[in-house]
Design a protein around this ligand. Structure first.
Ligand code: ADP
Ligand code: ADP
Length: 232
């Protein structure tokens, strides 16, 4: 079944001399459980596309549907609820709460939603991202890579239908990065989560089922079952 559908999506920032067309009629369909990487040069519209799909940014024209929800028809309250109940985010800037421990940060989205993590899955996620010995640490006591792993665990633990990840391995060494990517792939395959990842790294993209290439706001090509060589 289709988890995410974008139809003729345009995004224009600014106006007059400062006008920038970041997306030019993007059409995209992502199946449930599909792990998709979005690649393309800097400024090609990757972040904008991800922000529009996630309802973090308002499209200028076109339609975006997540599951049964027409994202482009929602206003602030509906968007907040959609993000809280159905979407996980892993951003480059980790947005961890500095006064909370790693474990409290991981639990926070579920605490806010009034839900409880499934203990076995939470333990597995924490072990996979290598945070078992760091649960009582606060963000400033963790390295950048460890903070990124906290952000990954925080997104995965609630098992949202959709996860958006912006350069999730950008601050990790290759071994930790590979572990995070395997975990993302596993959660797509085994939990049916739909994952959209923006990355510059062909090795990271090779973990995805599918790579979509953007150039100047348009999808220019696509690869299925990519190898790192093919992505390069
Ligand atoms: P990428 O993620 O591929 O680097 P972006 O989506 O960040 O590309 O940006 C696409 C284009 O839109 C760029 O020209 C960028 O400068 C512009 N852009 C992105 N966000 C904004 C914004 N909030 N205001 C104005 N221009 C923006
Ligand atoms: P990335 O490195 O992931 O491509 P960017 O540095 O392009 O991310 O963008 C980071 C954030 O800044 C995004 O939320 C994007 O929408 C915003 N942004 C990008 N370009 C501009 C711009 N020219 N003006 C305002 N905001 C921008």
């Amino acid at each position: 079944s289709v988890a995410i559908r974008a139809e003729n999506v345009w995004k224009v920032y600014g106006s007059g001399e400062a006008e920038v067309t970041a997306l030019r009629g993007v059409d995209l369909e992502l199946a449930r459980g599909e792990f998709t990487a979005i690649m393309g040069p800097s400024g090609s519209g990757k972040s904008t596309l991800m922000h529009c799909l996630a309802g973090l940014d308002v499209v200028t024209r076109g339609e975006i549907v997540l599951g049964r929800t027409t994202v482009t028809g929602l206003r602030d309250k509906g968007l907040t609820r959609l993000r809280r109940d159905h979407i996980g985010f892993i951003f480059q800037q980790f947005n961890l709460v500095p006064t909370l421990t790693a474990e409290e940060n991981i639990r926070l989205p579920m605490t806010i939603a009034g839900r409880k993590p499934e203990p076995a899955w939470m333990a597995e996620v924490i072990a996979t991202v290598g945070l078992r010995e760091r649960l009582r640490h606060r963000p400033h006591q963790l390295s950048g890579g460890q903070q990124q792993r906290v952000a990954c665990a925080r997104a995965l633990v609630p098992r949202p239908e959709v996860i958006f990840a912006d350069e999730p391995t950008g601050n990790l060494d290759s071994r930790a990065g590979a572990e995070v990517l395997r975990l993302l792939r596993k959660s797509a395959r085994e939990l049916g989560q739909t994952i959209v990842m923006v990355t510059h790294d062909p090795v990271a993209a090779a973990y995805a089922d599918r790579v979509v290439f953007l150039a100047d706001g348009s999808i220019v090509t696509e690869l299925r079952e990519p190898s790192a060589e093919a992505v390069l």
